[in-house]
Design a protein around this ligand. Structure first.
Ligand SMILES: [Zn+2]
Length: 227
């Protein structure tokens, strides 16, 4: 128990969390960054950041529904406030929610108090859109984790990283995105893609193509593990 207070101030939390063998059993406040699926093996988890976006999120939801895939949406609080209906559509589609902070700030140097205030504000925005919906995951903008995993854990959220990123924020063409997924996927990978904040049409098209191809290769779609 005591070391947790220490790691809060030293920022060594990730180093400690990387040695789960020492932990023995899961600890309530343990700040792990998960980058693997619940079931492992030939599975992957699709995660979409920086939405909701009024153009691409509805299209993406249609694609995921068509293929019967559930994903995780890491929501940007400002856009949650702008598009609460889209948050309701995401939840109605059976997908899981992830807190991606209120304004997409780099929190690498923020104090736990500052982080907590932002994450709670973001969860409140999501709950204004969908009262009571579970928010099980957190992802730090820019992968700049700082002390966020510890705070997220205290708020009951698992921090999710990724094992595959396809750099779709600089759209290289749908075919190239498809190639990056098919060649980059590894067993149990959490995959990072984007449905916002601006045009992500290529990502949606790529998702539509890779799902049946991955399934044909024996892959199954899973969710990220929870610590
Ligand atoms: Zn982001």
């Amino acid at each position: 128990m005591k070391w947790r207070a220490v790691v809060l101030t030293t920022g060594l939390v990730l180093g400690l969390a990387a040695a789960p063998a020492q932990a023995g059993q899961p600890d309530e406040g343990e700040a792990v960054i998960v980058d693997s699926t619940r079931h492992g093996g030939r599975t992957l988890a699709l995660t979409f950041d920086d939405g909701p976006n009024p153009v691409d999120t509805p299209r993406l939801l249609d694609v995921l529904r068509k293929h019967h895939v559930k994903a995780v949406f890491c929501l940007w609080g400002d856009f949650v406030d702008e598009h609460p209906k889209l948050v309701r559509a995401i939840v109605a589609g059976g997908h899981k929610l992830c807190n991606h902070t209120m304004h997409h700030d780099n929190m690498g140097t923020w104090t736990p108090e500052q982080i907590k205030a932002d994450l709670e504000e973001t969860n409140a925005a999501i709950h204004r859109a969908v009262p009571g919906v579970p928010i099980k995951y957190f992802r730090a903008p820019y992968g700049s984790w700082g002390q966020t995993p510890q705070v997220a854990a205290e708020l009951g959220m698992t921090s999710i990283g990724w094992r595959l990123v396809i750099s779709d924020w600089e759209p290289p063409g749908t075919d190239e995105l498809v190639r990056r997924v098919m060649e980059g996927v590894t067993e149990g990978a959490v995959v990072l893609m984007h449905d916002g904040p601006n045009d992500r049409g290529q990502t949606v098209d790529a998702v539509d193509q890779v799902i049946p191809r991955l399934r044909a290769d024996g892959w199954r779609f899973d969710l990220p593990a929870r610590r």
